[in-house]
Write a protein that binds this ligand. Structure first.
Ligand SMILES: [Zn+2]
Length: 483
């Protein structure tokens, strides 16, 4: 995109950010990738603007950042109600393993449709769920590039045991356990191979087109060797990358870390000398008090996934205490396998509501504005774009969303931040701009053939169900065998 491209939104109701006292009526001028001016923009010379958008009757708000999701499970909405975490993980294997690059593309674009149409402009995709081939990651990144979204792809790997899943599997009847292990899906990814793949993927994709990033991303530190974690930290330092991971999502993971390290996972990362602000840690549920202090001190980011945590019964993040301790917090939906949609407004709402009944002093509550901060500026931090993304202000990256204010939940306009969190569901989104480019135009995705993608999903999943019949049988048997 030429730096001289101008996009002008005229006469919108602007919510500049989570800390704005209220809305202002005004114009937004976008030059190239950035917001150039907010307020009253003088008439431009005829033909100067690439496009003028009528913002009257629209709320302009910062685009939302989904700081933890899994594109590979985009096809799993509605599956596996009331499963244990290990059973859920095996079901996810059945749905996501053995995909072709074209199926990976379709899953990414299915996720992209939902993100774009509900006003999410940036996300972290923790991809994939198995040992990856470079071609799988290339397919995912090419699809994200096609989508027009701002994306950090976390190269998800494990070079150790998936002990939190397999240990539970060990209690299964022998024939059921054999079904699961016989597929060989959770075989460790050899570190020597990762050391070839990761730098190559970073070199070819990181910062490509200005919107894509590539982060090393342990599936979970407890599923990785120390050598692999040190390799991630070194790669991240060398290229100024973030590091994304799951962290202490389940009780079993906390127990396994104690057994393995004699301490918590966070204290172990600190002992390795690698815990820093580069880390964004999804879930972060089973933290000790010392862990909270350590995360705050190191400025490591917690990515809260309130709906997924509730859906699979993982636990509840200690959000009010972690916020009070000063831990930077971002928000995620998690993948549709664990939370059936990618609607960030719902994640914000769940965040603000989850703890209120437990906290007699309402000053401890997470407010709508806290949740909006997590979903904007907090997510920007997880994407290593802190200070550059998450507000509608001059100099910020031009990622923003327009909502139609004639939707009934916006009438009357009482408090835009509170209504965005408590009342909006993504249904009033009309227009989405990412990196200065209109990717949703009056409800129509401009960057790829969204109806075409939707039309291919049923056949794709039917084909996967046939191909992975053995894995679905194993997942069913495990779900029945585990409490
Ligand atoms: Zn996850």
């Amino acid at each position: 995109m030429s730096e001289t491209n101008l996009l002008l939104i005229r006469g919108a109701t602007i919510l500049a950010g989570h800390d704005a006292a209220g809305t202002v009526e005004g114009d937004i001028l976008i030059r190239g990738r950035e917001i150039a001016a907010v307020g009253t923009v003088p008439p431009l010379p005829p033909g100067a603007a690439l496009r003028e958008i009528d913002g009257r009757g629209r709320l302009a708000a910062p685009g939302l950042v989904n700081a933890h999701m899994h594109s590979q499970s985009a096809t799993m909405a509605g599956f596996g109600d009331a499963l244990s975490h290990p059973a859920f993980m095996w079901l996810t294997q059945a749905h996501t393993a053995r995909r072709t690059p074209e199926e990976t593309r379709l899953a990414v674009l299915l996720a992209a449709i939902q993100a774009i149409t509900t006003g999410t402009t940036a996300l972290i995709d923790h991809f994939p769920g198995q040992r990856f081939a470079t071609a799988d990651v290339d397919a995912a990144l090419a699809a994200w590039e096609e989508s027009g979204l701002r994306v950090a792809l976390g190269l998800r790997f494990f070079d150790g045991l998936f002990a939190d899943i397999q240990a539970n599997g060990a209690g299964l009847p022998a024939d059921v356990a054999a079904l699961a292990t016989g597929a060989g899906l959770l075989a460790p990814h050899p570190l020597a191979e990762l050391k070839e793949q990761m730098p190559d993927l970073v070199a070819r994709w990181h910062k490509r087109g200005g919107r894509l990033q590539v982060f090393p991303a342990p599936s979970n530190p407890d599923r990785c060797s120390d050598e692999a974690l040190l390799f991630c930290a070194e790669l991240a330092e060398r290229h100024d990358l973030g590091i994304h991971t799951h962290l202490l999502e389940t009780r079993a993971q906390a127990r396994i870390a104690r057994e393995r390290y004699g301490t918590s996972t966070l204290v172990h990362l600190e002992a390795l000398g690698i815990l820093s602000e580069r880390w964004s840690c999804a879930h972060a549920i089973w933290l000790e008090d010392d862990d909270i202090a350590l995360m705050a001190e190191r400025r490591a980011i917690a990515v809260h996934n309130p709906e997924s945590n509730a859906r699979i019964g993982a636990g509840r993040m200690r959000t009010p205490e972690m916020q009070a301790a000063g831990i930077p917090i971002a928000l995620g939906t998690d993948g549709p396998g664990a939370n059936d949609n990618l609607v960030m407004q719902e994640a914000m709402r769940a965040t603000a509501l989850a703890h209120r009944a437990d906290l007699p002093d309402r000053r401890d509550w997470v407010t709508a504005r806290d949740a909006l901060r997590m979903a904007t500026a907090g997510g920007a931090g997880a994407l290593r774009l802190g200070g550059r993304l998450g507000r509608i202000a001059p100099g910020q990256l031009a990622d923003l969303t327009l909502y139609r204010l004639d939707a009934p939940w916006w009438r009357p306009l009482n408090d835009a931040a509170a209504q965005l969190v408590f009342a909006e569901t993504g249904a009033a989104v009309t227009t989405v701009i990412v990196d200065g480019r209109v990717v949703l135009d009056e409800g129509v995705i401009t960057t790829f053939d969204a109806p075409g993608v939707l039309g291919e999903i049923e056949a794709m999943t039917a084909s996967l169900r046939r191909r992975n019949a053995d894995l679905f049988a194993a997942a069913d048997a495990i779900a029945r065998a585990l409490p």
